[in-house]
Design a protein around this ligand. Structure first.
Ligand SMILES: [Zn+2]
Length: 274
């Protein structure tokens, strides 16, 4: 699933094309991506709406349409692109939501396996949604102390805590693995056993890696594309994720891969991380 850097890249790519534009025609090929809104209401509420702002919250792209907000959570195979030309047959085939803009461009949410979700929230729904998600790691309010509080209160592994969206917004498996390697912390370590020094290092590495990944337009393994349809480049800079069995870039030890921590792949160096 696209994480914070990928969705941030998508948002930066589509924002200039959407700001101030009116959505003049909406089509939806499948309604199984909708949550809490019917196809009819979605089409009715989006048609004629003007895009006031486009931003990211956690791993979601948000279109502020005034009264309502469209929240797009791209799934593993989802992309959100503004096209300035007619779609190719291949692009049109998996287009789930198409929104024709008043300048002739088209915003397309494409999702091959339809693992993503679309929400349409009013002010109250937005408040509830926003309150259910933890701090943004790149905001000033996210401090080592705030991270430390979440870690100290948990009986889970550190990796689970930093991927839990209630504690921290936008970090998924790729960047959790990378941040823990960079901070020298074993992903399976109980969160409560981390020291204040660990909190500071982990906080700094989470931010550094997310910012570096945004600079590289995110990580593309398969389907992720930027808001202009290009692949990202951060896969070239990964130290552990996707490198199970390969030598650690720091010490040469074979990297360990395990699914035992949270059922997802955790890759780490047993010499550099403790
Ligand atoms: Zn190592």
């Amino acid at each position: 699933m696209p994480e914070l850097p990928e969705v941030e890249t998508i948002v930066r790519g589509i924002r200039p094309f959407l700001l101030g534009r009116r959505l003049v025609r909406i089509s939806l090929s499948h309604h199984d991506v909708l949550r809490g809104v019917s196809r009819r209401r979605l089409i009715r509420d989006l048609t004629g709406a003007t895009v006031r702002e486009v931003f990211r919250r956690a791993k979601h792209a948000v279109l502020d349409l005034g009264e309502r907000r469209l929240v797009v959570q791209p799934g593993m195979t989802g992309s959100l692109v503004v096209h300035g030309r007619p779609l190719t047959a291949e692009e049109a085939r998996y287009a789930v939501l198409r929104a024709l803009l008043d300048d002739g461009r088209e915003l397309v949410y494409r999702d091959v396996r339809r693992l993503g979700t679309l929400l349409l929230l009013d002010q109250r729904g937005w408040q509830r949604y926003n309150d259910s998600i933890g701090p943004e790691p790149l905001d000033e309010g996210f401090t080592p102390e705030r991270l430390g509080l979440a870690l100290q209160r948990s009986r889970q592994s550190v990796k689970k805590v930093i991927m839990d969206q209630r504690h921290l917004a936008g970090v998924g498996n790729i960047y959790a693995n990378e941040a823990l390697f960079a901070a020298g912390i074993d992903p399976s370590k109980p969160a409560v056993r981390l020291t204040e020094d660990d909190h500071r290092r982990l906080h700094a590495e989470i931010r550094r890696i997310l910012l570096a990944a945004i600079t590289s337009s995110g990580t593309t393994f398969r389907d992720y594309r930027t808001g202009t349809g290009e692949p990202g480049n951060f896969q070239l800079e990964l130290h552990v994720y996707g490198r199970e069995g390969e030598p650690c870039r720091q010490c040469g030890t074979r990297l360990t891969g395990t699914h035992a921590i949270d059922a997802r792949i955790s890759v780490f160096c047993h010499r550099c991380q403790s």
